[in-house]
Design a protein around this ligand. Sequence first.
Ligand SMILES: [Mn+2]
Length: 416
Amino acid sequence: MNTEFYADRRKRFAETMADNSFYFVCSGNYVESTDDANYIFQPYRNFVYMTGRQDVDATLVMVKLNGKVTETLFMHIPDERELRWMGTRFDAEDIKAKTGISNLVPNENWDSFISRIMFKNDIQTVYMDMARWDMNYPANEAQKRANRLKEIYPYLQIHNAYQTICKMRTIKDAAEIEAHRKAAAITEEAVKNILSNMQPGMTESHIEAYYDFVLKKHGCKFPAFTTIAATGKNACIMHYMDNDTVTQDGELILFDLGAQYDLYCTDVSRTYPVNGKFTERQKQLYNIVLKGLEVAESMSKPGQLKNELQQISKKVMAEELVKIGMIEKEEEISKYYFHGSGHFIGLDVHDVGDSDDTVLAEDMMFTLEPGLYFDEEKIGIRIEDTILITKDGCEVLSGGIPKTVEEIEAFMAKGK
Ligand SMILES: [Mn+2]
């Protein structure tokens, strides 16, 4: 990604900072899993957003003094042993060039740096950056640093900049949209690989492997989230992730999956006949969900209240269920439909910034995901797209992934 995008984000944030203040955001650290192993490192997304980097134990500091902003990146500098064992890549000049931050400082210098800016200047305000939902989580690096600052400089006003930056993240810039497009294109190729290879008798995870293969081929080490591959009645379990059931001829299989590129996510659900052909009944129910999705997509444009899209999908599906006699009154749809209709998407799958009164605006990205679940028929159907709001409508980034009955049957017939 181009350096200018990160510099621009920092500049826009700096404009919201009070004069004579500083902001810091930490990338985070490894979390121990078992024995001498760690969980996969997940960099703090606001750090990535502001720097484009995914380093362990790094901190960005922006100091604003008399209207002038200086930026410093604190990093862990690997020693000889680490370079040998871990192969850690560290090229200071490259980091400076890619981030646009010219001050690169070892973590060990944190205390002296803080002492210096606090000694010379009348800083009263500090912005930390912390997403947190639970009192019982252990303190993270950002909290530890904020606590220490407060201890030494008890007069400091400490604010959380998290929401300000999350709000910026809801409007994607060109570089972010490009990354989302790449993630969507990889997902499309991967789902098509499933369709070309899926056969009744395979386990769900065997089918999932055709998807994983394409992700790895494109250098995506991990998907955006744990894949759901749920055949038959498993599709009625919202967070089914065992993926160990043998698929049967005549069943539908529900996939909820997505690739990520540069951490930018795709989130797609599709429901396909394992053998390549829908039964009449499956087609009837499938087309109701598809109609629910299509009507919401047709109304996705700037100015539209996002939450209304859920109601629109729900109403259309309820009307159709009444028509075919599955329910008598529209409100009875809650028997078959019980989840939300979608979420913002970005550096996180369930991205930040969404609220009950979100009005759609150009360059927002979100998903729509209506579904219907018929336990007694062992059929669960969800169809989900990743959507970009454009100037006067929307673009369905996942639109190339077979979705209508005709597209699905034609594609699967060709692949066999
Ligand atoms: Mn999904």
